[in-house]
Design a protein around this ligand. Sequence first.
Ligand code: NAP
Length: 483
Amino acid sequence: MARTDLPNVETRLYIDGQWLNGSEGTKSVINPATGKSLIDVQQGGKEEALKAVKAANKAFPDWAKKAPLERASLMNKVASLIDEDKERLATIMTMEQGKPLKQALAEIQTNVENLRWNASEGQRIYGDIIPAPVGSQWLVEKQPIGVVGAITPWNFPSNMIVRKIAPAIAAGCTVVLKPSSETPLSALALMELFDKAGFPAGVVNVVLGKSKPIGEVLSTSDDVQKLTFTGSTEIGKLLNEQAAATLKKVSMELGGHAPFIIFPDADLDLAVKSLIAAKFRNNGQVCTSPNRIFIHETIKKEVTKMIVEQMKEVTVDNGLNDPTTGPLINQDGLEKVVKQLKDATEKGATVLFGGNKMTEQPYADGFFFEPTVIDDITTNMDIYYEETFGPVIPLISFTEEEEVIEAANDTPFGLASYFFSNNIHTISNVSKRLAYGMVGVNDVEISHSATPFGGVKHSGFGRENGAYGVEEYVAVKFVTIKS
Ligand code: NAP
């Protein structure tokens, strides 16, 4: 029996260094493994969003003026506090989001790395000296852009926040964050530690509440110079339109529909092991999750058998019991998987493994779905083009390299892609021609503190992580000096 008592955690908004009640009542946070309320959190709205933007604006000049080393030292301090508190943070995350505890701990560890990496990178935001005529100096400076509005999703409720806050504050910006209302506790737990580390009031702020009015303030205020959003393509487009009127800098980390291609010369054991690991991370609720599995026709039978065999090892349970995979986030998430599967089977797909909602105890009250493999997928099925946010592996066969490149690119999305091959020609050709922001070749580990993460097409624009991630939070200034 998994624990049901939530560790101690704040439930109020964090604005200008103060914990505040909101003006819009409270909202329950649901444990997706049990369907039960964990706790009620305070809700704000437009009023609190405006207050937080004001606080961030007030804090900005002093924070921007600080020596990068001084900012780094606070960032390293909060990194250490997170490291020390990781068991509590991970438990809170698993209880509000559902992912297995081991994955929650790994996410918290990534926060520690992100903060330390960006603390160092903030000290290397170099400008340029451009060759100029004698008597002139041409300088390029990179200055913090100002107040950042950040809106984040529920699937990585802690790291999606740190990926934004860390480069922003390292560059000298201040932040107003609106986390997903499915998972506010991870955001609040992080803020407790920023507060404890001694960040000046207003440098980081968190507003909870209805997303529409808060999003309107963050996307339309002239006091917010940068909007960074991670979430669905639908909401990303809306926020991008809203932000256009103030011409603020915007970055959009949106949905994905990753192809995963297995060529006949691949290391098949590695390919299958990598597929299962990537697919069942966070129960398939990942923007980079492999969603269309293309297998060369000559190895299709063998690989399918290997996949089905490995599925027997995939365990499902309350994340606190550390299974391979936990529940889906909520009833809507569960129904989307059911709907995609029904559509596919009605149009001729064959279920090879799983395929059902888990309705018996101990799963009955949560949002559990069996890990699933389906075959005979065709282009008229919803699952072929719609982002799958669940534990379903759809199999498709192909014959020619050209054909599979075309099929892999046949989607509005362009975030992550993967392929497995040991042929140098295939590796060179396919990696160049996949229309994606990220390509994993014989590798599914595509997210690191040091490397750029982001998409093209309807997966958005801008990059997180690495030096490219910090660039999102600076304004380039040219200075010419005549002497
Ligand atoms: P979502 O519904 O778009 O929500 C994301 C965030 O936007 C939440 O904080 C949500 O707040 C807020 N929001 C919703 N409507 C809004 C509005 N009208 N104005 C302002 N904010 C609004 O996405 P999600 O279901 O949380 O996350 C899953 C999606 O995120 C998937 O499509 C996934 O692919 C994508 N994702 C992309 C990346 C990437 O790096 N590219 C990473 C992770 C996830 P409420 O929760 O309060 O409604």
